[in-house]
Ligand binder design. Sequence first.
Ligand SMILES: Nc1ncnc2c1ncn2[C@@H]1O[C@H](COP(=O)(O)OP(=O)(O)O)[C@@H](O)[C@H]1O
Ligand SMILES: [Mg+2]
Length: 407
Amino acid sequence: MKLAILSRAPKSYSTQRLRTAALDRGHQVKVLNTLRFGIDLSEDEPDLQFRGKPLSDYDAILPRIGNSITYFGTAVVRQFEQMDVYTPNTANGIANSRDKLRAIQILSRHNIGMPATTFVRDRADVIPAIERVGGAPVVIKLLEGTQGIGVILAPDNKVAEAIIETMQSTKQNVLIQAFVKESKGRDIRALVVGDRVVAAMRRVAQGDEFRSNVHRGGSVEPVELDPEYEQTAVRSAQIMGLRVAGVDMLEGKDGPMVMEVNSSPGLEGIETATKLDVAGAIIDYIDNQVAFPDIDVRQRLTVSTGYGVAELVVHESADLVGTTLGESGLGDRDITVLTLHRGHTVIPNPRRGRELEAGDRLLCFGKLEEMRSMIPERRKRRARVKKLPKVPIHDERPDDELDAPTS
Ligand SMILES: Nc1ncnc2c1ncn2[C@@H]1O[C@H](COP(=O)(O)OP(=O)(O)O)[C@@H](O)[C@H]1O
Ligand SMILES: [Mg+2]
């Protein structure tokens, strides 16, 4: 294959190892400075320039986008995606994982263990937020920090409040997280490639430091992961849309707690600790996947008006419970079931004979109008746009404090 590594650090260990691994396997490989691309939308087809000239054809890219160039870097990756060039990490995946809050928001609905986390803006909400995650000591984090910079342990509420106020006064957003004491300055870095963990290490913080980052003096050792940790790492990477990722987990008393998912994991620490050819595993994976560029399903399937993707939930009371997919009538209504989610398992391309159970979630493609009618409690006619009311704005009442939960 012909591979482009997008990197601004051609001399770094990771880039050199990836380049070498590709060459050793007989691939063509170029390291291209991400910032020298030009996104070209002037012709009929999406195109890219490099150093002011049209870019030659590549089969795949491996983006190594640094934190300081996320916006431009993801724009370049997105352009490659539009050109059907394979990338193990999509622009969305990179953007989602880059922001620690966004990452755990996305992971939070998928039953992945995480330290209790909150995000507030108003000063008055800080103390209640700290209490909600279990009270001080708490960890305060910049949303886009790396290498342990911007991760602070606040011993009590007063200090926590002061730190948060200081950060916010310089327009920095921070999240508040429960301090996982039992992890004792140690964490696990799992290197996920495709659907498996290819290498894992434990990082141990130096002295009484609680951050185990190698850049903070942490030491590393290889580690054999329990299946629970492996599955958590792989699922986290996949949910984020990353096929190459470094997943950081704390060893909580009830199992793995994901802190973050890195889209450009460094290779030096993990290869040195494990003596494994992680770069080679990444290149081999890309080589195997080149023919299957990631497709933004929603984007592609909503091109015909009226058609789209929707999730239908089989409610306890629904007639569908106990019928097979074949008998369900979905097919007659021009609805194709792509996947069936049942509890924690996913059944891709479910067969006609598959019996439906209450709580099943069907990811479907079809006429939106037909699918809407399958969701009884939300059934609605297409709402007509009403006339502007006579009194368009009511008397002012502060919304604050009126938000008591309604039952
Ligand atoms: N909630 C927490 N409880 C205990 N230790 C934590 C917690 N969050 C982070 N740490 C420690 O701090 C380190 C850095 O945090 P992390 O969220 O991974 O930020 P960074 O992106 O800077 O690496 C982690 O590797 C871990 O050792
Ligand atoms: Mg980290």
